[in-house]
Design a protein around this ligand. Structure first.
Ligand code: CDP
Ligand code: MG
Length: 729
């Protein structure tokens, strides 16, 4: 058998392995991690979150508007028995035997670190236990989640268990969507939303308990929350603080929270046998497909979960699997292929939750969504190629990119654990045991060390935290990145020379957006086009999923799209035209179909826009419309995005004005053929090249007019103009 690596034959559970590894001597890495260590990210930047939300709407909430949802349980006996069944299930969770002990520990200690395996009931049960024990009399219970999809799905689950309507006693809050009410006592929210709550309520007075959940994920917001909640715990002795995590780095959390005690309960129910490849795989995608087929042909029933890095890979794997199973004939059971990635239409996503029919086997091809956020029942086999898409940040240029990179040991163990939830399982790692030990980092680098910090710095400044260097970070960000963020906020006019928040900065902080977008909106006040600019901001916030391009109708779709680009108005104005045209049809779904536009993305843009409109009022910006003055709109955009300017080169590529970085217009842009001499872009995406996405033409004088502190005349002098070749128009 291909996977029987004698060295790895001993059956290990992922946690024992991790512990054993701690005593292991680190050798210097000699083997390359497969042949694809640092493959470029796929062309499709993944807007995972938008789609996860749609996904939950379809699978958990049954309908878009929770208000219109019928109550989950009525008084009839059928509903009662469903509720009773849920109550029985609660008692079967691994955390249940520890209920009293846990409540006792929370009673005695202000801060408690809680460690238990994924699926053991931390997120759904602890807030309920606290509620049952009376903690909600004194205030609400907040439970933070790194992913929006988790906040929504867990809130939905808990509201079912409590037999209440989602949004009433149990609710969730995620960016641009608040599903809570006056009644809400258990509030599931993204870590980013709790961070924003500090702005309105710096001592979190309305909460009696804050549970920072999935702490091991170490997202940027979670890391900032650590510092903030630690601080308020000092002057609010009545506040209980719980830090819960699935992995074993609890000592680190305990150290940070002044030696808070660790409450650890066993959660693993079934062993997982881990198998490695004998030699590194040259092509992990192919290896994953072959492994899936081998399992299907040779192993007992049980579903398969394959971790891939994104849509392109998943589609490729799906194609190959379909092709190869076609030849298998009827001797072998049916293999149901279920892809799950960001841009997959909602109807297809629900397929992964449907129970596998008798005699068939399901293979779920998933991105990292399935690592911790989604629980799929019936998985017995996990195939782990060992890669994921990771954000990385270059503080020098301020550029963020997504790269396919090796995962960490903690991640690998989390993935393996998915095979043992409902019975003993097997995890096939498509790398060698040696690679595992020598090439995988123990833990994923915390996001704070590989991301743009402008947004959190603005939030911290508006919380009155001035001295960022001495902020209580669990792992401090690189000082370069901190400096870069301060510089950027100064350039945007959010901070003054002394690093204090300006009036503009205060207004910007009100918007839950990237500071450049917030600045664009604040600047629209001056140019009297706030109406148009918030539409553009909303459309940009929806991400890359406005236009729909079915494989068999690409020409039609492209023609429809080009209609909005007439006159080379640029991508920002094209988005505005899409929004306004949709509005003119009274938000018609039919119109969306006819124009190859995704209606759910448009609805989301409308929601976001409504909220931005509300925020305009809050920062006292008048709603003014100036659709015919495209220059005014462009100047607002440049007020926020002037650092993202680029100039055309003789070669047809561009160079960013500030950092002289070579970049290109993304083929999906309306200006991809026009190639204007000067452009401003929304974002850079690294695929085969560094691409600018959402591009608009600008006049170089505007840069000096709008950002004289950032650009000088010499930066924008058109010295190359005489030598410019004739370019296709
Ligand atoms: O937080 P932790 O990973 O410890 O577990 P949890 O999220 O509280 O999940 C406990 C159990 O609740 C899981 O094993 C699932 O069976 C169930 N659950 C569910 O059915 N639907 C959800 N959205 C979340 C949890
Ligand atoms: Mg959890």
């Amino acid at each position: 058998q291909r996977y029987r690596d004698p060295e790895a034959a001993e059956k290990m559970n992922p946690f024992a392995e991790q512990e054993a590894w701690e005593d292991y001597q680190t050798e210097k890495a000699t083997l390359k991690f497969g042949s694809k260590d640092k493959k470029l990210a796929s062309d499709e930047y993944e807007y995972v979150f938008e789609d996860q939300i749609e996904f939950i709407r379809a699978n958990v909430m049954e309908g878009e508007n929770y208000e219109e949802q019928p109550p989950e349980f009525t008084d009839d006996s059928k509903a009662k028995s469903a509720l009773e069944k849920l109550q029985e299930d609660r008692k079967k969770l691994p955390i249940f035997p520890y209920r009293e002990e846990l409540l006792g520990a929370i009673e005695t200690h202000q801060i408690l670190i809680i460690v238990g395996e994924t699926g053991s009931g931390k997120t759904t049960q602890i807030p309920q236990y606290l509620h049952e024990a009376g903690y909600t009399i004194k205030g609400k219970i907040a439970c933070t989640q790194p992913r929006r999809v988790a906040a929504m799905s867990v809130a939905a689950r808990v509201s079912q268990e409590m037999g209440v309507k989602l949004g009433h006693e149990v609710g969730y809050s995620i960016r641009f969507e608040d599903c809570t009410s006056e009644k809400t006592i258990l509030k599931y929210m993204t870590d980013g939303m709790l961070l924003r709550e500090f702005l309105g309520e710096p001592d979190l007075a309305s909460y009696s308990v804050v549970m920072v959940d999935e702490a091991h994920e170490r997202t940027l917001s979670t890391d900032i929350l650590f510092g903030l909640v630690k601080d308020i715990a000092r002057f609010r002795p009545d506040l209980k603080l719980l830090i819960s995590s699935a992995t074993l780095d609890a000592e680190k959390f305990s150290d940070f929270f002044d030696m808070a005690p660790i409450f650890k309960f066993p959660g693993r129910r079934y062993p997982v046998d881990i198998q490695y490849t004998r030699a590194p795989e040259a092509d992990y995608l192919d290896a994953a497909v072959v492994t899936a087929l081998q399992i299907h042909a040779q192993h007992p029933p049980g579903d398969i979960l394959v971790f891939l890095t994104g849509q392109e890979e998943i589609e490729a794997a799906e194609e190959i699997l379909k092709h190869r199973t076609r030849g298998l004939g009827t001797k072998i059971a049916e293999l149901i292929i279920c892809p799950i990635y960001a841009n997959l239409p909602t109807e297809l996503q629900s397929k992964i939750f449907e129970p596998t029919p008798e005699g068939a086997r399901k293979v779920v091809l998933a991105t990292n969504i399935a690592e911790a956020s989604l629980t799929i029942d019936g998985i017995k086999y996990v195939i782990d190629p060992g890669f994921s898409k990771m954000k990385s940040y270059n503080p020098r240029t301020g550029m963020e990119s997504l790269l396919v990179s090796p995962i960490s040991k903690a991640s690998a163990n989390q993935r393996a654990g998915r095979a043992g939830r409902t019975g003993p399982g097997i995890c096939f790692r498509l790398y060698t045991l040696h690679s595992y030990h020598t090439e995988l980092e123990d833990n994923t680098t915390p996001e704070i060390q590989r991301t743009n910090l402008a947004n959190v710095v603005l939030t911290l400044k508006s919380l009155g935290i001035h001295d960022l260097v001495n902020f209580d970070f669990m792992d401090p960000p690189p000082s370069e990145a901190l400096l870069k963020a301060l510089e950027m906020l100064y350039a945007l006019g959010a901070l003054n020379k002394l690093g204090y928040l300006t009036k503009t900065g205060r207004r910007m902080a009100e918007f839950p957006l990237d500071p450049m977008l917030s600045k664009m909106i604040v600047a629209s006040d001056k140019y009297k086009c706030s109406d148009e600019v918030i539409s553009i901001a909303a459309m940009l916030s929806v991400g890359n999923s406005i236009f729909y391009r079915p494989k068999d109708k690409q020409v039609h779709a492209d023609n429809a799209r080009l209609n909005f680009h007439l006159g080379n108005v640029g991508d920002h104005i094209a988005l505005l035209k899409v929004y306004n045209s949709w509005k003119e049809t009274n938000f018609s779904t039919q119109w969306c179909y006819e124009n190859y536009i995704q209606v759910r993305s448009m609805k989301r843009a409308r929601d976001i826009r409504d909220q931005l409109e509300g925020l305009l009022e809050r920062v006292e910006i008048e709603m003014t419309s100036n659709f015919n003055d495209l220059d005014a709109i462009k100047k607002s955009i440049i007020s926020g995005f002037f650092p993202h300017s680029a100039r055309l080169q003789k070669s047809g590529s561009y160079k960013t004005v500030k950092h002289a970085q070579t970049v290109h217009i993304h083929p999906s842009s309306g200006l991809a053929q026009a190639l204007p001499r000067w452009v401003v872009y929304h974002e850079l995406v690294l695929t085969t090249k560094e691409y600018m996405r959402q591009v608009t033409e600008l006049k170089p004088d505007w840069l000096v007019e709008i950002a004289p502190h950032y650009y000088q005349l010499k930066d924008v002098e058109d010295t190359t103009s005489r030598k410019m070749p004739k370019l296709p128009r």
